[in-house]
Design a protein around this ligand. Structure first.
Ligand SMILES: NC(=O)c1ccc[n+]([C@@H]2O[C@H](COP(=O)([O-])OP(=O)(O)OC[C@H]3O[C@@H](n4cnc5c(N)ncnc54)[C@H](OP(=O)(O)O)[C@@H]3O)[C@@H](O)[C@H]2O)c1
Length: 277
């Protein structure tokens, strides 16, 4: 029931994934945790050579060991997407390790939930734009020589990039929506390369841990999300989303005010609960 309500279409058939990626190289960014870690393990179990990118090298080495134990091969590429020099260095390492990529899973991301007028809103926005937009864009552009006909670029996005702006989520929603459109447009310019946007619902990972309210909401597990993220490797889809997302998008067009008021009400209700604790 939880899965039917939450889960977008997914690739649950490991043999189909194996047919698509075994012996081929796939880069997964944000592979040290959550969705990226689970995706790397699944691709590894399917026999891919998985290039693991994130900042925490130790964590990447642990994931690499597990990929190896599952029968795959892994290459660890520590890099900080918010640092252009680090991104360029990582791209050189990727191209050296894998001159041709079966795919890139652009998954690394950060989220901040803070009122635009609290704390350091401009710093939030700039930090998120660097990690969620300009860093991954710079990386993909540098990897263009390895993306050939048949390569797949999977953008791990969020359902929140497709609905109206929600209080406290401006920097996150704005950055996810911006990169999603950028990557769709860029990949459309590259003959033979296929792009796919995956709009995930809530996934139980370290990213959502700071938001208390999410503890009580249904969420996918990271391995379930990995099945969703790997679908574009086996099926020629350009968009993967839960069945209810189009309804939310239509509501955002037909009655955006109602949706915005609903989100603002939920925000006030949650703030009220937080004050009582
Ligand atoms: N969890 C959800 O409910 C949810 C819902 C919709 C969409 N998503 C999307 O799913 C993706 C994965 O999120 P998650 O939930 O798996 O979060 P997570 O567990 O916090 O993982 C985030 C990953 O991004 C990496 N990362 C963060 N900053 C980085 C940087 N500057 N340079 C390189 N790598 C960096 C982290 O590695 P290091 O810290 O080692 O660098 C980590 O591997 C994100 O794009 C997120 O927007 C998540």
């Amino acid at each position: 029931m939880r899965r039917a309500l939450l889960s977008p279409p997914a690739c649950r058939d490991l043999s189909a994934l194996r047919a698509a990626v075994a012996g081929r190289a796939v880069l997964v960014t944000g592979a040290s945790s959550g969705v990226g870690e689970a995706t790397a393990l699944r691709l590894g179990a399917a026999g891919a050579t998985v290039l693991l990118l994130a900042r925490r090298e130790e964590r990447l080495r642990e994931v690499a060991a597990r990929v190896g134990a599952a029968g795959g091969r892994a290459v660890v590429i520590p890099a900080d997407l918010s640092d252009p020099a680090s991104v360029d260095g990582a791209a050189r390492e990727v191209l050296k390790a894998a001159p041709v990529l079966a795919g890139v899973v652009s998954n690394a991301g950060r989220s901040v939930r803070r009122r635009a007028l609290d704390g350091a809103p401009r710093a939030d926005l700039e930090r998120l734009l660097a990690v969620n937009v300009t860093g991954p864009a710079r990386l993909l552009l540098a990897l263009r020589p390895a993306l050939v006909a048949g390569s797949v670029v999977v953008n791990v996005s969020s359902v929140s990039a497709r609905h109206v702006g929600a209080p406290r989520w401006g920097a996150y929603q704005g950055s996810k929506a911006a990169f999603d459109l950028w990557v769709q447009a860029a990949v459309a310019e590259w003959p033979g390369v296929r792009g796919a946007s995956v709009y995930l619902p809530l996934v139980r990972t370290p990213m959502i841990a700071p938001t208390r309210a999410y503890r009580f909401l249904p969420a996918l597990s990271a391995p379930e999300a990995a099945e969703v993220v790997t679908l574009p490797f086996v099926r020629s889809v350009v968009r993967v989303a839960p069945w209810w997302l189009p309804g939310v998008e239509v509501a955002g067009i037909v009655c955006p005010g109602v949706l915005a008021r609903g989100l603002a009400w939920a925000e006030r209700f949650e703030a009220c609960l937080e004050r009582r604790r």
